[in-house]
Ligand binder design. Sequence first.
Ligand code: SER
Length: 391
Amino acid sequence: MTPDEIIRTFVEHHHRLGHSDAPESSLVPPPGDPVLFTTSGMHPLTPYLLGRPHPGGRRLVNVQRCLRTTDLDEVGDRTHLTVFQMLGSWSLGDYDIATSLRWGFDLLTDGYGIAPGKLHATVFGGDDHGLGPDETARATWTTLGVPVEALGADNWWSNGPTGPCGPDSEIFVWTGDDPPTGTPSGDDRWVEVWNHVQMRHHRHPDGRLTPLPLSSIDTGMGLERLEMVLRGDRSVFTGDGLRPWVGAVGDRWGLRGADLRVVADHLRSAVVVLGDGVRPGATGRGYVLRRLLRRALTVLWRDDPTRSLDELPLTGFDDTLRRFRQPVQPGPLRAVLRDEEHRFRGLLRRGRPLVERVRARGPLTEPDYHWLHDTHGLPRDLVDALLADAG
Ligand code: SER
């Protein structure tokens, strides 16, 4: 199945079950929202999970572009991406977790053709603060014939320190060549594809947990991961949405392995972030974008400092903007990359001798870092990269 077919199958399955389309949001949350980026499909729905009626009703479905900086250090492996698409479904105080899991099982097996024997689930096993184990989810999986493992904090989902949260049940698919063995917590050939969260609690700034007015369900499934699993593959980087970037970066500059994955992920992610109107800057979102680009350039320039993002064909830009439903022209975005690359080159040219001079006096102190930052505009991570470079 292509990603477009995977999306269509997901949405049609939920339409048949009475869900209506929830509009997709930008990666940039509205003003006043404390988070930098939309991190999950539920994020824009937070007011409705807290009790406000949604104009689309109590059953919703959509595809949402998401960005997770928490995964930034994991990017480079085969299954994590900075920007990805999340297939999501919601019951706003309507059906319960047992129904959500049963419908999810039907979609994975009948809709996507995954053999039931390749599935494993995890559920919340309770904690020390008086929250009991999720017996309903466990019993539902057992009735469906899916093995289930009860875990602790791994099966509690929240979108941040405060807000709606609750126990979740994660669904894993076996990606090994041999028949399935072990459990998700003990064998990473079990790959998580879908998470069903019972949004029943509200975490307050003082840490208190109170019941939400409605008991809701929030589910999310990463499109690129599902595509990987359906292809019987072990890497999201061979998927349709990554291929133009992996191709361009690999062919042009001969990168392989983790270097290739970091550069392909960061450039594709940067295009989506730019597509939602963010521009590189020294703080907040702009700084996340800047870090993505600088990290990609640092990898590229390690072997050959003459490499330039200007050499990239526009096909990757076009493909990504289409897949992420962003009606934006790629040309101006490439011009932003060009400017940012130019700025970074200048900064390195000026920064390298300065860092070397300071280092010659001994290990860098906090005042050294401040001086390099405040007087010369060299951020700490860049100084550290230059130090690492200098050996
Ligand atoms: N909010 C949950 C997640 O992002 C399920 O959608 O995993």
